[in-house]
Design a protein around this ligand. Structure first.
Ligand SMILES: [Ca+2]
Length: 450
């Protein structure tokens, strides 16, 4: 295991980096940030650590009911706080991550699939760090930045460590990573998730006296599924990757305990989309297989783990059954930080701050999911797709029961009417590599047509 001194030497994140001003993007500073008024400094505000794991579905996490995998450290997080039972991401990395960071559904941003990363721009969209910085926070990103254009610096993060692509952990998979805009070699024998962990701990140590917002986009458990430093010959690599992710979460919590920051810090742990094909056949809860996986518009594509813990504030060991979706992080974190929301920007989130404080709050009536031209809206019992199919979701995540078009069931008829109203207000962007580009082309063509 690399110690802190080795890490600083390896990454170049030594004294020079500590004393240099953090790299900032002129684009981010002169465009989107201007839309936000300054707010007070960060005294008394909680630190926020948003851990976003990759391709981690309900069936991968012990406290969510996994039949096959053990995650004692993540389970301990849930025991110290809240586990949300009905939390919805988008079914793929890019749209999910963009939604979490902008608080705006894909049809608004144009980032509707993993190829439409250039649809967004700092001149049109504002991401979480920009908002939090105006409220006195220092911000960092660690890990994956795939499927979104530019880099974390251009989007407002003060410090960052990014690895290229997904599932790249060792030197034979990737020769480098990026630290605060500088390309760094990945040393032979070093495991990138360990470097990310040390970067995260170093950031927290240096900024422990002020509120920080940390977007920790973990590598695990995106494929290819390769050995971890703890893997033994012939061991179950998928299980090893889950175990290593869990171990890193435990180590991070241990560091927060050491620094006496737990009661000053909200930790949120979530999956960015459902389980990928590598693990889908083992994705079961209580002996029942989860319906759907990553990249599908089924329950298993989007319903993902969500744990939130802030000891002394969140109720301990509770399960919350309110609906939440990935647009909610933006408004929730901004509210916790006392940050002013950007003006003139349509946000889709619904703050779950009251639930974090053990209050009933005002839970969402529905959640919205969109991927590349397809969408659905789901309430507690029903789901309506933009293809007009209505499903009874009482047996989800194991089964989704299609309701016949000619049903006379009053609940189903009322649900179809209500959910259709919401879909009409949230029209999925047309399928394509870049919806914004396609719309521009279509408009140009229309203008040229006599
Ligand atoms: Ca993913």
């Amino acid at each position: 295991m690399m110690n802190r001194r080795d890490f600083l030497k390896t990454t170049g994140l030594g004294l020079a980096a500590m004393t240099c001003p953090p790299w900032r993007s002129p684009a981010a500073e002169t465009t989107a940030t201007n839309a936000i008024a300054s707010t007070s400094a960060g005294a008394g505000k909680p630190n926020i650590i948003f851990i976003l794991s990759d391709d981690v579905g309900l069936g991968d996490i012990g406290c969510c009911g996994s039949d096959h995998f053990k995650t004692p450290h993540i389970d301990a997080l849930a025991q110290s706080g809240l586990r949300f039972e009905y939390n919805y991401a988008m079914p793929l990395c890019g749209p999910s991550r963009c939604l979490a960071l902008t608080g705006r559904y894909p049809f608004r941003t144009g980032l509707i699939n993993n190829q439409s990363h250039n649809a967004i721009s700092p001149s049109r969209e504002i991401m979480m760090p920009t908002v939090m910085k105006k409220a006195g926070y220092i911000t960092a990103q660690a890990g994956k930045w795939g499927q979104m254009c530019l880099g974390p610096g251009e989007w407002g993060f003060d410090e960052y460590l990014v690895f290229p692509g997904s599932g790249r952990y060792w030197r034979d998979q990737t020769a480098h990573y990026t630290l605060n805009g500088e390309r760094k070699p990945l040393p032979e024998g070093k495991y990138l998730p360990d470097l990310m962990h040390h970067f995260v701990v170093n950031f927290i140590e240096r900024h422990q006296a002020r509120p920080f917002y940390l977007y920790y986009a973990m590598s695990h458990i995106h494929g290819p599924i390769v050995r971890t430093p703890d893997s033994q010959t012939g061991s179950d690599l998928y299980a090893d990757n889950i175990a290593y992710m869990d171990k890193l979460v435990g180590q991070l919590v241990g560091e927060l305990d050491r620094l006496k920051l737990r009661e000053k810090t909200l930790i949120v742990f979530a999956g960015d989309n459902g389980t990928a094909r590598f693990g889908a056949n083992r994705s079961s809860l209580g002996g029942r297989k989860i319906h759907g996986m990553k990249a599908t518009m089924l329950e298993g594509g989007s319903r993902v783990p969500l744990i939130a813990t802030w000891p002394g504030t969140t109720p301990a060991g509770k399960v919350n059954r309110d609906l939440t979706d990935f647009s909610d992080f933006f408004t929730t974190f901004a509210a916790l930080g006392g940050a002013k929301l950007p003006e003139g920007v349509k946000l889709d989130g619904h703050s779950f701050v009251p639930q974090l404080k053990g209050l009933k709050g005002d839970p969402r009536e529905w959640v919205y999911v969109e991927l590349n031209g397809k969408s659905y809206v789901r309430n507690v019992r029903f789901k309506l797709t933009n293809g007009g199919e209505l499903f009874d979701m009482q047996e989800a995540p194991f089964n989704e029961i299609l309701i016949p078009r000619d049903t006379t069931d009053a609940d189903a008829l009322a649900a179809r009417r209500r959910l259709q109203e919401i879909l009409d207000q949230h029209p999925a962007a047309p399928a394509g590599a870049d919806a914004r580009g396609k719309r521009k082309q279509a408009k140009k063509k229309q203008q040229q047509t006599p």
